[in-house]
Design a protein around this ligand. Structure first.
Ligand code: ADP
Ligand code: MG
Length: 492
């Protein structure tokens, strides 16, 4: 657990109260739907959507006598995620019944894992404004999702949709290691990224495939942990930040007034931007957990884990380190490029055999900028990696300037085609012919005797001259040649 002096010294995250500083303490329980075709204990489709009750088997509807059968693929995805979180894989785990009554839970219990989860302790590294924070993972267990109650379809009736009932969820429980809304947001973002790299969860928060229960407490910096409240089912990263800020201030207000915090479950109302009480916190014994007699303990063999290990992709942290090392990128650029596996792959295609920094610059500043603006991704980009690479080559060879390259990019974006051919057919080649450049330089010098005097005292004015020459040559002059020639002629 991160309770180091280093963290206590980080005053910037503290909240100023009327009676002194406070520190937020956060632990998250993230529910991630396993990316699988069928459910955890039945063969019904786990696909999102569909007409109500279209994806429901007799098991999911809890028909008497129906028995659950474990979906091996879901177990594999849980183990894969565990390995991605550098966590301990438990070779023996147990499914338990968590008993409670709710209309969207036809069994009357949820099959979950309690004392013996499939994955134990691990850790996630997050970067918060350039500061490294390690968040401990307590456990990851497999469980079934519940169905959905629909209350707004009819004035005096409620309906139940069991499509989601029985879908496999991974519940990932963190240690109480986060100290600010920003850290919690970075943590969920990183978890999502890791699972998307692993292909174990699509991370789609709007569709509910990723949701977080946020445990919030406050304390005096470095003091004892306070009583926590749990905010249920927060389904966007932005809302999570708002919920944490609101909840921390609410608790500080109560404590500063001499009150105490009741441990309870709360809901975040996104419209009002506040949390409100849902119920007092239930205890584990309220659920009467016991091992599910319909399921044998889950025993995992070394070979099963070994096979998954052998097929793990390179994960974000490793990729970032490699991009910094092999392509000479800044940590920031490496992070941007690796945010999704597909964009990292795209960058590597552009960078192959070329200058990494130049490639990164074009991918991030020109391509990503443009993709974002048009709501496109590297999967739907009109400018391919090969085309972008060709543009980078044309600049490197001195055929076009960086400025003209932007025009070429624009033409290729809208009309397609080979950048080299675009440059050729439209006469966009950079002028390196010194005769033509010299003529332009001479003209500018002759027309601006006052500026010529000034630049001799203030060499930084040279940029103005370069700009003028570039203008008269339609941006096609080689800027280096222009600058060299000007320096020679002006004697600086
Ligand atoms: P329970 O079983 O009662 O839900 P857990 O020990 O499983 O409790 O903790 C649930 C979550 O609450 C974990 O993510 C943990 O990190 C977090 N948590 C525990 N204590 C605190 C605290 N004082 N403040 C904030 N979060 C906490
Ligand atoms: Mg818990």
């Amino acid at each position: 657990m991160l309770e180091s002096a280093k963290r206590v010294a980080e005053k910037k995250d503290w909240i100023k109260g009327a009676t002194g500083d406070w520190e937020i303490v956060l632990g998250l329980e993230v529910h991630a739907q396993v990316l699988a075709k069928s459910k955890l204990f039945s063969g019904a489709s786990a696909e999102f959507g569909g007409a109500p009750n279209d994806h429901v088997s007799l098991v999911d509807a809890a028909m008497p006598g129906m028995l659950p059968v474990i979906n091996e693929f879901c177990v594999e995805q849980a183990v894969r995620t565990g390995l991605g979180l550098k966590a301990q894989i438990n070779k023996r785990s147990v499914f338990d019944r968590k008993n409670y009554f709710y209309p969207d839970l036809p069994q009357g219990y949820q099959i979950s894992q309690y004392k013996q989860p499939v994955v134990g302790e691990g850790s996630v590294h997050v970067d918060v404004d350039g500061r490294a924070v390690e968040v401990g993972i307590e456990r990851l267990h497999l469980e079934q999702d519940a169905g959905k109650s629909l209350h707004d379809q009819h004035p005096n009736m409620s309906f139940v949709d069991l499509n989601r009932s029985g879908c496999a969820l991974m519940e990932i429980v963190s240690k109480p290691d986060m100290r600010s809304a920003d850290e919690a947001k970075a943590y969920v973002t990183k978890l999502r990224q890791i699972m998307r790299y692993l292909d174990t969860c699509d991370g789609n928060m709007e569709q509910g495939s990723l949701r977080a229960d946020v445990n919030v407490s406050v304390r005096r910096p470095g003091g004892e942990f306070g009583t926590r409240c749990e905010i249920k089912n927060v389904n966007s990263i932005r809302f999570m930040g708002q919920a944490i800020e609101y909840e921390a201030r609410r608790q500080i207000g109560i404590l500063e007034d001499g009150g105490t915090i009741d441990q309870e479950t709360r809901l975040f109302d996104a419209r009002k931007g506040e949390t409100r009480s849902m119920r007092s916190k239930e205890e584990a014994h309220d659920y009467r957990y016991f091992p599910d007699p319909d399921l044998l303990p889950l025993e995992i063999e070394d070979a099963f884990i070994g096979h998954i290990k052998a097929t793990l992709p390179e994960l974000p942290d490793e990729k970032i380190a490699r991009f910094i090392r092999d392509y000479g990128l800044s940590a920031y650029d490496a992070q941007v490029l690796t945010s999704e596996r597909a964009s990292a792959d795209f960058f590597e295609q552009v960078a192959k055999g070329r200058d990494g920094k130049a490639a990164a610059n074009w991918v991030i500043n020109e391509l990503f900028g443009r993709l974002n603006k048009e709501g496109k991704t590297v999967e739907t980009t009109p400018v391919s990696a090969a085309q972008l690479g060709e543009i980078v080559d044309l600049i490197a060879a001195g055929t076009i300037s960086g400025k003209i390259a932007k025009d070429v990019f624009e033409i290729v974006w809208t009309e397609g085609g080979s950048p080299a051919q675009v440059v050729e057919s439209r006469g966009m080649k950079q002028v390196t012919d010194t005769g033509a450049i010299e003529k332009a330089v001479d003209e500018i010098i002759a027309a601006n005797p006052d500026k010529v005097e000034q630049v001799k005292a203030k060499p930084t004015m040279l940029g103005w001259f370069v700009g003028q020459v570039m203008k008269t040559t339609g941006g096609k002059a080689n800027p280096q040649a222009v600058s060299d020639l000007l320096k020679a002629k002006l004697g600086i």
